[in-house]
Design a protein around this ligand. Structure first.
Ligand code: SF4
Length: 252
């Protein structure tokens, strides 16, 4: 699939989301927030759901949490326009409450289809609701800052998934901010590992997934999101696990 075809497919999904009434969250939304970024990327960030500002603007991760996400990306010499950013649910839960299981289930097909189009090498999950999709049964306090193979049912069966706290969590609990920045330093390493695993699969004769992502203008250290082909992967890598006794608030 060419980049233009990927973008057209993403636009089509966005149009379906804009008209969606599959769950009760459509009743209170101002705008849907399907996600945004480049269709030619190796890395997808997945948060929980739109908040107040996202609902008003129709864009993911704006406001304070979005600014912190931008800072996190900059800390590894990445930028928002090199990745794709989306959420588990595409409409704002009222009062910024947690999304309900039936709402997550109703909305799941959109994220699945976005991931099928993008075929990312790495999915970075922000918060426990996103993590649960790619890493069933894990506890964010135990696995944040680590990566492993994404579960096949996630929609990204050939990706690695890297678990992080949600940036909004650091706005509520200041001690998590340093944890987020520390964890973020491991994301480029996870991407490097994902590339190596895909290359190994390709060398074994697996067909390449498709398209080359856009070049990155960033510095050589840490590794940038660069134009690679996207071969298949089938991996079980898992970096070391950190413990963290932080709370179980929704965004964590
Ligand atoms: S949250 Fe998802 S499933 Fe629910 S109305 Fe919005 S787009 Fe549709």
């Amino acid at each position: 699939m060419r980049d233009a075809e990927r973008q057209a497919a993403l636009d089509g999904i966005g149009a379906e989301v804009a008209a969606c009434t599959r769950c009760r969250l459509h009743e209170g939304r101002t705008r849907t927030v399907p996600g945004e970024g480049t269709a030619a990327t190796e890395v997808v960030f997945v948060g929980e759901g739109p908040g107040f500002n996202e609902d008003r603007q129709g864009r993911p991760f704006v406001g304070q949490a979005g600014s912190l996400l931008d800072e996190l990306l900059a800390s590894v010499l990445w930028s928002r326009d090199e990745v794709f950013v989306t959420n588990v649910v595409k409409c704002r839960p009222p009062g910024n409450r947690d999304p309900e299981p039936d709402e997550i289930a109703a909305c799941a097909q959109y994220l699945t289809r976005q991931l099928e189009v993008l075929d990312p090498a790495l999915v970075v999950t922000l918060g426990r609701f996103s993590m649960a999709r790619f890493r069933t049964g894990a506890r964010i306090g135990q696995v944040h800052g680590t990566f492993r193979a994404a579960e096949a049912a996630s929609g990204a069966p050939r990706a690695l998934t890297f678990s992080m706290y949600h940036p909004a969590a650091a706005l509520r609990q200041a001690s998590l901010k340093q944890t987020l920045f520390t964890d973020m330093q491991g994301v480029p390493t996870a991407l490097t590992e994902a590339r190596a695993l895909r290359a190994a699969d390709q060398a074994r004769g697996e067909p390449p997934a498709a398209i080359a992502p856009a070049p990155s203008p960033v510095a050589p250290e840490p590794p940038a999101i660069r134009p690679d082909s996207k071969p298949a992967t089938d991996v079980t890598a898992d970096a070391g696990v950190e413990s963290d006794p932080t709370s179980q608030l929704g965004l964590f």
